[in-house]
Ligand binder design. Structure first.
Ligand SMILES: Nc1ncnc2c1ncn2[C@@H]1O[C@H](COP(=O)(O)OP(=O)(O)OP(=O)(O)O)[C@@H](O)[C@H]1O
Length: 343
């Protein structure tokens, strides 16, 4: 039970013209949580959001809020607020009229309506903007008006589909911080769709990674780096070191030697260690090899070590003096190692 305003998605399937886009997606977003749905272009994020919003119908599965199915409930009666990448404001209406639009549709008028509109405009940092027209607004302001319009009816769940993708990076960062604070103030359950990892990590208290219509992993941001569920997930988050091995308990036997790891398993595995976690040291889990590449990459130096048939990538400090051809010993701290069951 996800609480009164918790969102649940159960076994959602959707295809277009015989091509599966969602292949049985189940997801629980507890009441009051900010959940980021992350995935590359075409992974099915928008399709999932549109089904939750009631703008599209699933082939199978259902959506629930507070444990109650929304099957057959039209979009406008689902108690949702939706924000898209395009703010979609009515150009001929004022900011206040845009924000109050859905309240008017519900028959609200007069002072109560104006007071509620002013209240949400203040929440999004635009008090005093009610009489303005949309055309004079900046991109960030227009998107905040769209958010005010979504919040004005006090939705049970707020859905956002790439709301900041059209804006430049500094503004995007600012709006994210501001959205997070706003969500904390209102306690609204939030599903935030993005293709941007940094944005997902920033906004989401938890993240769901959607790959090819399937949730590849759901959890806290850090787990995608330190405890990836698959090689694909690890690679999506910039993992590059994958070493086949045979695990017994907390040790993995590989071509590069025996590694101590913080997870116990038995059988064939892929050992992975983050490139930024390697250390220039000769200690536990050390790998000796020869540098075959050393490239300055701005925030770090990308060093490739060859050891036997394996390659290990290390993100060294940017000004570390490492040259091609030199021997090098790198330690893989046990706490930074992880294993993924093979096959
Ligand atoms: N109405 C539709 N008719 C046919 N195909 C569709 C329709 N809607 C989506 N698709 C296809 O479904 C796949 C998933 O689309 P979706 O928009 O859900 O992905 P996405 O993860 O949101 O990607 P993007 O970030 O590019 O929007 C795409 O291949 C898309 O072409």
């Amino acid at each position: 039970m996800a609480g009164m305003n918790g969102l649940s998605v159960r076994g959602l399937c959707k295809g277009y013209a015989g091509r599966a886009v969602l292949r049985g997606v189940s997801l629980d977003v507890p009441a009051g949580e900010r959940f980021a749905l992350l995935g590359p272009s075409g992974s099915g994020k928008t399709t999932l959001l549109r089904i939750v919003a009631g703008l599209d119908h699933p082939d199978a599965g259902e959506v629930q809020i507070g444990g109650v199915s929304l099957a057959g409930v039209p979009a406008e009666r689902r108690g949702l607020g939706v924000v898209f990448q395009d703010p979609l404001l009515f150009p001929h209406l004022t900011v206040g009229e845009n924000v109050g639009f859905s309240l008017r549709l519900r028959g609200e008028r007069g002072r109560a309506l104006r007071a509620r509109v002013e209240e949400v405009l203040e929440q999004v940092g635009l008090s005093g903007y009610a009489a303005r027209r949309p055309h004079g607004l900046s991109g960030g302001q227009a998107q905040r008006v769209a958010l005010a319009r979504a919040l004005v009816t006090r939705p049970r769940v707020l859905l956002l589909d790439e709301p900041f993708s059209a804006l430049d990076t500094p503004l995007r960062r600012e709006l994210r911080g501001w959205l997070t604070a706003l969500q904390e103030a209102t306690g609204t359950t939030m599903l935030f769709v993005t293709h941007d990892q940094e944005e997902a990590l920033n906004v989401g208290q938890r993240i769901g990674l959607l790959l090819d219509g399937t949730l590849a992993q759901v959890g806290e941001g850090q787990a995608f780096y330190t405890r990836p569920a698959s090689v694909t997930v690890a690679a999506f988050f910039g993992g590059v070191n994958f070493i086949p091995g045979e695990q017994r308990g907390g040790e993995v036997r590989t071509e590069l030697g025996v590694f101590r790891v913080p997870v116990r398993r038995e059988g064939r595995v892929t050992l992975t260690v983050r490139p930024e976690a390697l250390r220039l040291a000769d200690e536990e889990n050390a790998v000796r090899g020869e540098v075959v590449a050393s490239e300055f990459a701005g925030t770090h130096r990308r060093v490739t070590l060859r050891a036997g048939l394996q390659r290990l990538v290390w993100h060294a400090p940017p000004h570390e003096a490492v040259t091609v051809g030199q021997p090098l010993t790198l330690a893989c701290p046990a706490s930074a190692c992880w294993t993924i069951p093979a096959g």
